[in-house]
Design a protein around this ligand. Structure first.
Ligand code: EPZ
Length: 420
């Protein structure tokens, strides 16, 4: 297995082009199941997670052509299976979202339950309740969801008890071909939801209100093929912006949607870096002097994203003062704290809060993380630390960051990939 080795203590200077959003791309790929016509996705990130999704779709009979550049062609003219096996679903929770589209296409499906993961239990109860509202009969057998909508899918009014990105997306993917009207209340408002709705609408779906708490969908009987560009990855952009603020230097990020990170920019500025924005680029600059402590809590969009919590914490480890970081979305997303502490950080975790007392210096160490965003926080800490940091279990990073060592290396980071 590979590891990333960083010789820290050097500022970042340069430009990084942000890729398409992983968390949009993998849901957009599932869209192909809803039509027998070809789908072309552009601005696709090349990641382990998109390869995992491609593997699952190929298993179902979809022709996938990932080509060389940032394009992917998907053609589900005919399906050869409606079973998504455990071995393919367990690699990536989002692959559970093929359940609704398979039922819409075929009337029934058998999809493995995704199981737990490193950041918390992450059940799929809201997904299953939504399916039942659409008239789907569900049985759970030997770790599989066996689902059938014998009378066809019917539109429904669904009120989510709390906000779930995955359940909102799954309901959208299912409602577009259901008969009649669906209303989703307390829906997630993430940019990835809008991206999915835009793609489906370009295929002939009738979705109104994506990006707001109430989404209305009028079912249609057929969807056509589409050519769709994936929205820029706000989490990748936020990760490099925070890395630049943490390590210091001057980094311009291009191909971003700066409005998708409205909760991040003021906090980076309060921490002491200069943030200069236009619609599609941001310049982060920080010279000498210490960072300042800033409190932060994660929230559903448009609040601060949980997927940037670990990277924000890496920055706060070096701030002057104490920062309180509260994780409201996942119950167990502080796995990076003991690893940051191995580098000299001073962090106390109390339930959902981490109390980060800033230190003057972090020191390189061998570390590893159990999820991809936590791994990215260790890289940011390693860039700012003195000495060498070895970040193990790099396969987590490869799930969600395209060529991270190349993008950072182009900004002067002394970073390389090695065999462990
Ligand atoms: C998406 O996960 C993202 N994943 C996550 O990014 C992200 O952290 C999360 O949204 C929140 O923004 C993808 O898009 C592939 P949720 P998702 O459903 O959809 C609970 C990354 O690093 N819940 O909004 O799974 C759940 O346990 C990943 O790229 C239920 O209880 O998140 C969590 O506490 C990590 N029952 C909360 O809701 C359900 O049926 C929000 O989860 C569904 C969710």
């Amino acid at each position: 297995m590979d590891k990333i080795v960083i010789e820290g203590g050097f500022p970042l200077n340069g430009e990084i082009a942000i890729s398409g959003a992983k968390n949009s791309a993998i849901k957009l790929m599932a869209v192909c199941l809803l039509t027998d016509q070809p789908i072309k996705l552009t601005n696709m990130p090349r990641l382990r997670d998109t390869r995992s999704m491609a593997g699952l779709l190929e298993h179902l009979g979809v022709q996938v052509d990932a080509g060389e550049g940032d394009e992917m062609l998907l053609n589900a003219e005919t399906l050869s299976s409606t079973t998504a096996p455990y071995d393919l679903v367990r690699k990536m929770r989002a692959s559970f979202n093929v359940l609704g589209p398979l039922i819409a296409r075929n009337g029934s499906a058998k999809v493995s339950l995704p199981g737990g993961c490193a950041i918390g239990a992450r059940p799929v109860d809201l997904h299953l309740k939504a399916m039942e509202s659409f008239g789907v009969k569900i049985k759970l057998e030997e770790g599989y969801v066996i689902a059938a909508a014998n009378g066809g899918l019917k539109g429904a009014e669904i009120t989510f008890p709390f906000i779930s990105v995955g359940a909102t997306e799954h309901a959208l993917l299912t409602a577009v071909l259901a008969k009649g009207e669906t209303v989703l209340n307390n829906a997630a408002r993430e940019p990835e939801i809008i991206d999915l709705a835009n793609c489906l609408n370009a295929m002939g779906a009738k979705i109104f209100g994506a990006g707001r708490s109430q989404i209305t969908i009028t079912g249609v009987s057929k969807l056509s093929g589409v050519n769709h560009a994936v929205v820029p990855d706000r989490i990748e952009a936020g990760t490099y912006a925070l890395a630049a603020a943490t390590a210091g230097g001057s980094v311009r990020l291009t191909n971003i949607r700066s409005d998708h990170l409205g909760s991040l920019w003021p906090l980076i500025a309060q921490a002491g870096a200069k943030v200069s924005l236009d619609e599609t680029t941001v310049l982060i600059e920080r010279g000498g002097g210490r960072l300042k402590a800033v409190d932060m809590e994660t929230q559903a969009y448009p609040g601060f994203p949980t997927d940037l919590q670990a990277q924000f914490m890496a920055m706060m480890c070096l701030a002057d003062g104490t920062s309180i970081i509260r994780e409201n979305i996942f119950e167990n997303r502080f796995m990076h704290c003991p690893e940051l502490s191995r580098m000299g950080a001073d962090i106390d975790v109390r339930g959902r809060e981490a109390i980060v007392r800033g230190v003057k210096e972090l020191k390189g160490a061998p570390v590893m993380a159990t999820d991809l965003r936590a791994s990215a926080s260790l890289i940011a800490a390693g860039l700012a630390a003195s000495g060498e940091t070895h970040v193990g279990r790099v396969y987590h990073l490869d799930r969600g960051f395209e060529r991270i060592e190349v993008k950072l290396g182009n900004c002067g980071a002394r970073i390389r990939r090695e065999k462990e």
